[in-house]
Ligand binder design. Structure first.
Ligand code: SF4
Ligand code: SF4
Ligand code: SF4
Length: 260
């Protein structure tokens, strides 16, 4: 999709937390018309729709699942199956009928900030900002020392951004206290000394921005695809059982102070 300069300038004025979503909506409208070029008029048309009475509410589906660009070939991606996880979480959200739930609980028009948000990043660089969403998911792969001979080339030491790899005479040692499971060291190893160990996702719960920002709190361990889905399902149930008047997930978590 080509964006004309004026259209691009206009979209950059949209608040950052909904910019990606609005950009996608504009592109969908242009595609539906059979076009492949976004003009300023396209952006303005959607803006009018949003600002008309109830216009924003018509665009809201009750949840938002966003992801980084890892699935489009980012070399840092450690989780090739993220696309499937996104689909599965969207299906789960759809089935949970969160939109009707929000409509029944929010006084007045629904707004984007009422939506339940999940953000997925394919590595700890966290480009999609999973730390400040209701549920943040980060791709993770721990290194495994295989016992195969080490050439002492130091590639793993040099590439680790956390200084979590140390070499001794037998080979590498990983400091698991500070390792962020980014997978860089095993990708850098020219031999078979380092391999992929436990792989899956780290999960953060209850992050937000706004007047009283809060980073999501990390659930211990690396979770499998199935465990992530199960956790998302439980969080949705918890939210629906405890949220009043459109309160964000993070506020509900704070008020209850713990989740089983
Ligand atoms: S979070 Fe990681 S994998 Fe995703 S786009 Fe950023 S650097 Fe790439
Ligand atoms: S997985 Fe990443 S953070 Fe952990 S030791 Fe390897 S390079 Fe360092
Ligand atoms: S990159 Fe592999 S071969 Fe090189 S020092 Fe590290 S473990 Fe040994």
């Amino acid at each position: 999709m080509i964006w004309e300069k004026e259209a691009d300038t206009a979209i950059k004025k949209v608040p950052f937390f909904i910019r990606k979503k609005v950009r996608k909506r504009v592109e969908t409208c242009v595609t539906d018309k059979g076009g492949n070029r976004v003009t300023l008029a396209d952006v303005q048309t959607l803006k009018k729709k949003f600002l008309s009475k109830g216009g924003m509410e018509n665009q809201i589906k009750g949840y938002d699942v966003s992801a980084c660009f890892g699935g489009e070939g980012c070399p840092n991606s450690v989780t090739p199956s993220t696309a499937q996880l996104i689909k599965d979480i969207e299906t789960l959200m759809e089935k949970s009928n969160i939109l009707d739930f929000l409509k029944s609980r929010v006084k007045g028009d629904l707004k984007f900030h009422h939506e339940f948000r999940v953000s997925i990043s394919d590595c700890p660089n966290a480009c999609s900002r999973p730390q400040i969403t209701d549920i943040g998911i980060i791709g993770a792969a721990l290194p495994r020392i295989t016992g195969e001979p080490c050439s002492q080339c130091e590639a793993c030491v040099d590439v680790c951004p956390e200084q979590a790899v140390h070499l001794n005479d037998e080979g590498p040692e990983i400091n698991t206290e500070i390792c962020l499971a980014c997978g860089k060291c095993m990708r850098a190893c020219p031999g078979d000394t380092l391999d992929t160990g436990k792989a899956g996702y780290r999960v953060l719960l209850g992050g937000r921005l706004g007047r009283h920002p809060r980073l999501g709190i990390e659930v211990p361990g690396i979770l499998s695809h199935g465990e992530v889905l199960n956790l998302v399902r439980r969080c949705l149930e918890f939210y629906k059982n405890n949220a009043r008047n459109g309160k964000r997930f993070s506020h509900v978590l704070e008020s209850i102070s713990q989740i089983d």
